[in-house]
Ligand binder design. Structure first.
Ligand SMILES: CCCCCCCCCCCCCCCCCC(=O)SCCNC(=O)CCNC(=O)[C@H](O)C(C)(C)COP(=O)(O)OP(=O)(O)OC[C@H]1O[C@@H](n2cnc3c(N)ncnc32)[C@H](O)[C@@H]1OP(=O)(O)O
Ligand SMILES: NC(=O)C1=CN([C@@H]2O[C@H](COP(=O)(O)OP(=O)(O)OC[C@H]3O[C@@H](n4cnc5c(N)ncnc54)[C@H](OP(=O)(O)O)[C@@H]3O)[C@@H](O)[C@H]2O)C=CC1
Length: 427
């Protein structure tokens, strides 16, 4: 039996979302732990005045790739950027590039998505659902494809308390929805969005659930795996502890608390905070790619990539650890001394918002005005309130995920690699 790393030797891998948080860690891990991988084809778009090549060059300078750079200074030769805008017909990939991809790709990792909770439905649908559909039809043409791994989210079905490793049907057929939204104007779509998303909290979770249905429906003869991570946080061990490059979810909340700006947030002390380090998710993703290609399960296997069932940690404990860490290691240029508390009471929350957020912001803005500067604190707090308002759904309740497939994968990995657990394996 070959090891996972050996299985990736000589393979051509296609990655979407490679410039994002998880995509970068996936690339790094492949290049470091599977040094004989043939090439990583990455779909990249120009952005913010930078061309595709400039973006890729900048990305490769990132500290994340230091260990890869040490092992192989020419690692960039294995990265082949392909120009693509996922919201365009045919993913805006040139015919020559389509030809290259269909003739050489062995495995696809589809990480790209919009992860914004407030994304208008049409755009979230375009990227999270229609682009997935288009990528699947490209994958159907790939002559040497062995596995297609789709990254979903553990919260795609957050309208349920208990979530199994299955794809749940939705009341509206994804194809019918896509057809209808195409001709509707934006104001109508805005009006019907709450009815469509139903008991889900936002367009993100809804379109990720739709994408899973599309993956199931359009998979044809492909070997499919679906990874559902919960809240992905900084790296635990690899390539070094604590790597993160965004303020999504809890990381933004922690920084706002450390800066002394955020003093209160609605969250339940006893609810499980299902955080999972990015390196653990990526190890599982690569292992799922190998398993899907080698074992070719008859139906798409879903992996609930969560920690609450194995090692539960609660928001109350997080509050304690975050605050004591910032007291020991204060951040520079803090607005106030950090002191944040979570509460599940709406009234207490509103009281602290007024006393600890809005009142100091007003005073500070008044001071800025008097000293001839532009007031800014109230604006910052308004944005913060919008952000924590969107997150409180996830911090005020908990879910139970069945993780049998994830555990099965771990046991395979243990058997074949003689590692203690997937969590500390380096493939
Ligand atoms: C004290 C203890 C507390 C303990 C309790 C903690 C509880 C936490 C609960 C978290 C629950 C999270 C659940 C997530 C579950 C789903 C997981 C997934 O599937 S998928 C993943 C989950 N998906 C998500 O998590 C997405 C959620 N986020 C969103 O949807 C949007 O960010 C938004 C709508 C909230 C705000 O939109 P908008 O107002 O437009 O703001 P933008 O975002 O566009 O940022 C603008 C700029 O500001 C910058 N910046 C930001 N924060 C900070 C900071 N703290 N500092 C400094 N800077 C910060 C930012 O970098 C950017 O800079 P630039 O690029 O312009 O240079
Ligand atoms: N982060 C988390 O906590 C969790 C994430 N997930 C899932 O993991 C996956 C990766 O998430 P994460 O890395 O955090 O997300 P990021 O927002 O960091 O990355 C998103 C990626 O998608 C690309 N992308 C977005 N729009 C387009 C477009 N129109 N055309 C081409 N590429 C595009 C981005 O490219 P560009 O740089 O050009 O914008 C970027 O590479 C997603 O599917 C998400 O749903 C699941 C659970 C939790």
């Amino acid at each position: 039996m070959t090891s996972i790393s050996e299985w990736y030797a000589g393979k051509n891998v296609l990655i979407t979302g490679a410039t994002g948080f998880m995509g970068k860690v996936l690339m790094e891990k492949l290049l470091r732990s599977c040094p004989d991988v043939n090439a990583l084809y990455i779909l990249v778009r120009p952005k913010a005045g930078q061309s595709m090549s400039e973006r890729v060059q900048d990305m490769m300078k990132c500290k994340l790739f230091d260990r890869v750079r040490e092992d192989n200074p020419d690692f960039h030769q294995k990265i082949i950027p392909i120009s693509s805008e996922l919201t365009q017909p045919g993913l805006a990939i040139s015919p020559e590039d389509v030809q290259t991809l269909t003739s050489c790709i062995n495995i696809v990792f589809h990480c790209a998505a919009t992860i914004r909770f407030d994304e208008p439905l049409k755009h979230a649908l375009q990227l999270n659902v229609i682009a997935t559909q288009q990528l699947l039809s490209l994958a159907q043409q790939m002559q040497h494809l062995q596995a297609f791994i789709h990254i979903s989210t553990a919260y795609a079905n957050c309208n349920r308390r208990h979530i199994d490793e299955v794809i749940y049907p939705l009341p509206v057929e994804p194809k019918k929805l896509i057809d209808s939204l195409e001709w509707m104007d934006d104001s109508i779509i805005r009006d019907i969005t709450p009815h469509l998303i139903g008991d889900r909290p936002n367009t993100y979770t809804y379109t990720k659930a739709l994408a899973e249905c599309v993956v199931q429906q359009e998979s044809g003869k492909l070997n499919i795996g679906i990874i559902r991570p919960s809240i992905v946080g900084a790296s635990w061990q690899e390539p070094f502890p604590g790597w993160i490059d965004n303020f999504n979810g809890p990381s933004g909340v922690f920084i706002a608390a450390g800066k002394g700006i955020l003093r209160t947030m609605r969250a339940s002390n006893d609810a499980v905070a299902d955080l999972i380090p990015v390196d653990v998710v990526i190890n599982l993703t690569l292992a799922a790619g190998w398993y899907t290609a080698v074992h070719r399960p008859k139906t798409a296997l879903v992996y609930n990539c969560t920690t609450g069932g194995i090692n539960p940690f609660h928001w109350g404990e997080i509050e304690h650890h975050v605050m004591s860490t910032f007291k020991r290691n204060p951040l520079e240029q803090a607005f106030r001394r950090p002191n944040a508390n979570i509460t599940s009471s709406y009234l207490i929350y509103q009281y602290w918002i007024l006393v600890s957020h809005k009142f100091p912001a007003l005073i500070y803005d008044l001071f800025l005005r008097l000293s001839g500067q532009k007031p800014q604190m109230m604006r910052i707090f308004n944005r913060l309130h919008k952000a924590i308002g969107l997150l409180e759904y996830f911090s005020s309740q908990d879910w139970e995920w069945n993780s049998d497939n994830m555990n099965m994968l771990m046991s395979h990995i243990n058997k074949y690699t003689h590692c203690e657990t997937l969590l500390n394996s380096s493939l």
